[in-house]
Structures are given as structure tokens and as C-alpha cells.
Design a protein around this ligand. Sequence first.
Ligand SMILES: C[S@@+](CC[C@H](N)C(=O)[O-])C[C@H]1O[C@@H](n2cnc3c(N)ncnc32)[C@H](O)[C@@H]1O
Length: 238
Amino acid sequence: MIRADEIKKAVREHYVRSLSTGCCGGGSSCCATTVDEEDRPGADLEGLTGPSLGCGRPLGYAQLQPGEIVVDLGSGAGREVLLAAREVGPAGRAIGIDMTPEMVWTARENANQTTVPNAEFRLGEIEHLPVPDAAADVVISNCVINLVPDKSRAFAEAYRILKPGGRLIVSDMVARGPLPGAMRENLTAWAGCVAGAVDVDEYLSVIERAGFRTPDVLTRTNAAPGQVFSITLRAVKQ
Ligand SMILES: C[S@@+](CC[C@H](N)C(=O)[O-])C[C@H]1O[C@@H](n2cnc3c(N)ncnc32)[C@H](O)[C@@H]1O
């Protein structure tokens, strides 16, 4: 069985490569091609360095308000953090967290280029968020938690950093039923957002066990049994 640290190393290397190749490469699900271009708000941010690697548009469902604090788990090159920062305005703040240093550096360059002053990027792991308790109004994440070996820990951390009543909006890859065992052992499939996708009902249960109210599934794509598909969900901290 592959270890969590082997998965993380493969994921990190994969996303460093994506900064020069522009996307994930063969067979990947966490890729711009899974999202309609018309579903991408903020056309004026086009031209940023680094790819968009999401599988949904959580920001479209976040209903951000001026002054809110937003944290993006696995912020990549930072596009959604910059858009969120603009939405919450000067009284608010958007914070991106990513475990890949090259992604954090790219996102910081993008923040400088777009002169968005209320966006910041922190190096860190979703399982150990560098954010204090009850600091965020909103947590978003786009196509990342499938890459995390310990999903319970990831959602427990999201719960910890949210204020009571705070909302979690996640787009991610999940599976319809179990994936083939050999797939789970394939590091390339892990990094490509396939092998780490868990059954959708299990995924929703993990979120509830972390303490959130029953999540609402806002969008889902189709999949045959044993295949992965994308969902966007919203859950609220009790
Ligand atoms: C598929 S990309 C998505 C990036 C971004 N959300 C987007 O939509 O473009 C996955 C990102 O999650 C980061 N990541 C994966 N596992 C992580 C973890 N355990 N902690 C923090 N970041 C992680 C990777 O470094 C990568 O930047």
C-alpha cells in the first residue's frame, strides 16, 4: 500500500510541472477542461501566470459579502483567491493555502501583478492549516481534497478555522462506488485527481462527521459506476 508521504511527494512534483506544462497531462480530471469557460467569472484576470486546475466554480456559490474573510484550501496559482479578494473588498481578506512552494510563489507574483492588496498566500498543508481557530467566514476549495490522503483531517481543519455559522463551499472529484484497487495504488492517478476520489456518499459523511450540517450538493456531473465525477457542495458550521 502506498504511504501518505509518497502521495504528497508525487502530488507536489506533479503541480510544479503543471506550472510549465499548463495543465495536468494525460487522463487528469483536475484540469481546466472540466469547467465551461463561460462558468469562469473574472475575465479581467486572464493572463495570470500558472494554470487554473479546478473542477468546478465554488466562488460562484459562495455569495461573498464585503468585509468577509475567505480561505482557499489548495489555492494553486491563486486565481480564485484574487477574485475572492476583489469580491470581499478592502474591509475583507482572501487567504490562499498551498503545500507546493512554487505555487505559492506564483500566486504571490500574480497578486503583485494584479495589485490586489487584500490577498495573501501561505505555505501550508490543508491537514495542518496555518490559520487560527474561528478566523474565517468562508472556506472554499477547488479540486484539492481528493488529493489529500486524510480527508477527515482536512475537513476537521476547515471546521476549526470557520466561525460558527461559517460556510464551506467545495468543488471536488468524487467516485460513484469504489474505484478499482490497482487504481488506488497508482501515484500518477492520485496526482491527476482520480485515485484519491472516494465514493460520494462516504465523502459527504466525512464532512458531517467533522461537525458540519448535512451538506447540500449544488452541482454534479454524470458518471458510470466505478468512475469519478465532479460535485460542488455547500455545508455550514453548526
Ligand atoms: C488540482 S490543483 C487545484 C489548484 C486550484 N484550486 C485551482 O483551482 O486552480 C491542486 C492544488 O492543491 C495543492 N495541494 C494538494 N494537496 C495539498 C495539501 N495536502 N495541502 C495543501 N495544498 C495541497 C497542490 O499543490 C495544487 O496546487
